[in-house]
Design a protein around this ligand. Structure first.
Ligand code: ATP
Length: 246
C-alpha cells in the first residue's frame, strides 16, 4: 500500500503539489486523470524519488515504511517502478540485455517470449539494439515488457499508450491485468477515456491535488462536464471542489 500524507511541492514560488493526502491499495489499478500541467507527472516523480523531486514536504509511506529519504534505486529495490511517458534509449544494448538487466535476471527464452508476446512484439526483437532504429512505440513496448519482468509491487505508468497506436488498447489492458495479477498497486496517468475505463478506481487531479475520486465512469463524466474545456486550469471553482455526484 502507498500512502501520501500532506505532500507539498513548490517550484519557482508556484505550488505544484498541494498538501496531497491519498492512499492506494495493493492489487488495484487506479487511473489519474487531469488536464495538462495539473501535476500528474510531478506526482509520479515524487513517488519514484527522482533526485530533483525529493525536496517536497509531507511523507511518502510504502508498506508502512516512510521512504522520503530513499533514492530511486533504493525505492526500485522495494519494488517501485516508473514507466516514463517518453521511452528511453540504450544505445548498444540489445532488447535481451535490457530486459534481463545485462544478464543479471535469469530468464528462459520462453519467459522472455511470453512477456514480449504480451506487449505485441515478436522474438525477432530480442536481438535488436534498443536505440533510435526502433520506433517510439516499439521502445515503449520494450519498456513495458521490462517493467512486467520486474514484477513491481507498485508501478506508475505515465501515459502507457503514448506513441502506441490507438488499436492497441487490448495490449494495454493485458499489461494492466498482468501487473494486477501479481498483486501490484498500479497507477496509470492517462488522457484516454478507454484506458481510464480499464481501471478499478479513478482520480481527477487539478491544482496539484486530487479534486475527485470515484468509478472511472463517474470521473470521466465529471471531467467531460467540468474540465474538458476548462479555461481556469489549476483554479477549480466551487462546483468542481465539491467532487463527484453533487
Ligand atoms: N522544475 C520545474 N520548474 C518550474 N515548473 C515546473 C517544474 N516542473 C514542473 N513544473 C510545472 O509544474 C506543472 C505540473 O507539471 P506536470 O508535468 O506534473 O503536469 P502534468 O499534469 O503531468 O501535465 P501533462 O498532462 O501535460 O503531462 C506544470 O505547470 C509545469 O510547468
Amino acid at each position: 500500500m502507498l500512502e501520501l500524507k500532506n505532500v507539498f511541492l513548490e517550484r519557482e514560488n508556484r505550488v505544484i503539489i498541494k498538501n496531497m493526502s491519498v492512499a492506494f491499495e495493493d492489487n488495484k489499478v487506479y487511473s489519474i486523470l487531469g488536464n495538462n500541467g495539473v501535476g500528474k507527472s510531478t506526482l509520479a516523480y515524487i513517488i519514484m524519488g527522482l533526485e530533483n523531486y525529493r525536496d517536497h514536504k509531507g511523507d511518502i509511506i510504502f508498506n508502512s515504511k516512510k521512504i522520503n529519504d530513499l533514492s530511486v534505486s533504493e525505492r526500485s529495490k522495494l519494488g517501485i517502478t516508473l514507466v516514463w511517458q517518453e521511452p528511453v534509449r540504450f544505445e548498444g544494448i540489445t532488447t535481451r540485455e535490457y530486459l534481463t538487466l545485462g544478464g543479471k535476471l535469469k530468464l528462459s527464452n520462453e519467459e522472455l517470449l511470453k512477456i514480449l508476446n504480451l506487449v505485441g512484439l515478436s522474438e525477432a526483437y530480442l536481438d535488436r539494439i534498443v536505440d533510435s532504429s526502433l520506433s517510439g512505440g516499439e521502445r515503449k513496448r520494450i519498456e513495458l515488457a521490462s517493467a512486467l519482468i520486474l514484477k513491481p509491487k507498485l508501478v506508475i505508468l505515465d501515459e502507457p499508450d503514448s506513441g502506441i497506436d490507438i488499436m492497441s488498447t487490448d495490449m494495454i489492458e493485458a499489461v494492466l491485468n498482468h501487473f494486477k495479477s501479481n498483486g501490484a498497486t498500479v497507477l496509470v496517468i492517462t488522457h484516454r477515456e478507454e484506458i481510464a475505463r480499464m481501471t478499478d478506481e479513478a482520480y481527477l487531479m487539478c491544482g496539484g491535488r486530487m479534486l475527485a475520486s470515484g468509478t472511472p465512469d463517474e470521473i470521466i463524466a465529471f471531467y467531460k462536464r467540468l474540465c474538458d474545456k476548462c479555461s481556469h486550469t489549476n483554479q477549480p471553482v466551487e462546483e468542481e471542489k465539491r467532487g463527484v455526484g453533487r
